[in-house]
Design a protein around this ligand. Sequence first.
Ligand code: HEM
Length: 451
Amino acid sequence: MAVSTNIPGPKGLPITGNLLAFRKDPLGFLMKAFQEHGDVVRIRFGPSRYVYLISDPEQIKEVLLTKQSAFTKAKGLQTAKAVVGEGILTSEGEAHMRQRRLMQPSFRKDRIVKYASAMVDLTENMLQSWKDGEQRSLTDDMMRLTLQIISRTMFGTSISTGVEEIGHAIDVGMKYVSHKATSVIDIPDNIPTKANVKFKQAAHTLDEVIYRIIEERRKEPDSGHSDLLSMLLTVRDEETGSGMSDKQVRDEVMTIFIAGHETTANTLSWTWYLLSQHPEVENKLWEELDRVLSGRKPTIEDMDQLQYTQQVIWESMRMYPAVWAVNRLVHEQVDIGGRIFEPGDTLMMSQFVMHRNPKYYDNADQFIPERFAGDLLKRIPQFAYFPFGGGPRVCIGNNFALMEATLLFATIASKFKLRLAPGHHEVVPEPLVTLRPKNGLNMVISARNRS
Ligand code: HEM
């Protein structure tokens, strides 16, 4: 039986190993590592921390699904606890299963379809301020909109004021978390470095907003809300009969707040970028939108007919998956694909790398939404396309996100045409906690005249 220490990988420097090369260009590094060394690659971060990049769908399935009990979430997400606390995203084992069972009903399809009209209405609200011919930061617009949607649908509150501040605070938090996840030296959070102080301020801003939302709702318990927040506030532990503390509610709210908006916002931003580069796709999209909607706003009933619109989004998530990698830490010795991994090893599964694997995708670097028209997802292995992860920790908001992305995209695309602003910087992906267009997207918007 092969052991993990015999696995090949790129040469590194004496102490830092491959860390600096990875830090400089994470996506390029991982792609090259896969191309040069194959489905399992050994990477060293610092003197003794080993990360194995797994790019075989069957082995990814073992890690995320069939042998998942041998793993916990890896360092990156442990660091995320500084922001999201002990919510569903970061908890493990029994605690995770309990929280997941609790929250799952709020994400059932029959529940989330009720949010469709709020999603479209908030989008139309945003569009009212859009002026033909103006230049806008599309990335900011998408972040603001998805933040409003998550607040309205999950917590029944509108945070129209302070959105910029919250957006900025989340941004600071995310950058901090992604930097810490790949640091060689772990500086404790309580040492007042510039980054730690900035992070503390951001965390404080977020706490203020979230506790305000909780407090407002506690004051009006009989208001007839049936959203995630009221569920969190009324749930009782089956054994002890006690409810969640404010801190527990805060952690779950913060988790959904963060996990639930930036991912969708980035997916939309990438979709706008790709569309602006492919007028042939855009024409086909408009043809579908005009045929199905005839100028009216989309509703949940239109989803089945907006097939091409959805293919565009799936293809955008293939090329620029908002979650570009998931990591797992081995906590008990485990055999994956005939190789033994030891406690302390980290296994990395990168959607970015997997989704561009030529074994499963022809012309993998090209934007071809039609590839999803046939039975592609039935022909390729389950984990050759996994934008939402998989197994017991699969994204709880996957249906919510797909519905949201489709409705927002359809609402905007049927009214506006978007192009990169003249002299735009080169659009390159920046892999922080999520994959975003580096330095944002500035786009010129023009009102569309339907033919
Ligand atoms: C396009 C948008 C989205 C993408 C690409 C995405 C992707 C993912 C992925 C890959 C994971 C698994 C991470 C892992 O296994 O380590 C995940 C987990 C999660 N996502 Fe999403 N997500 C999106 C939208 C959402 C939305 C809208 C919500 C909530 C409203 C949400 C809430 C969560 C939560 C709570 C988890 C943790 C689940 C658990 O550990 O049990 N996500 N997401």
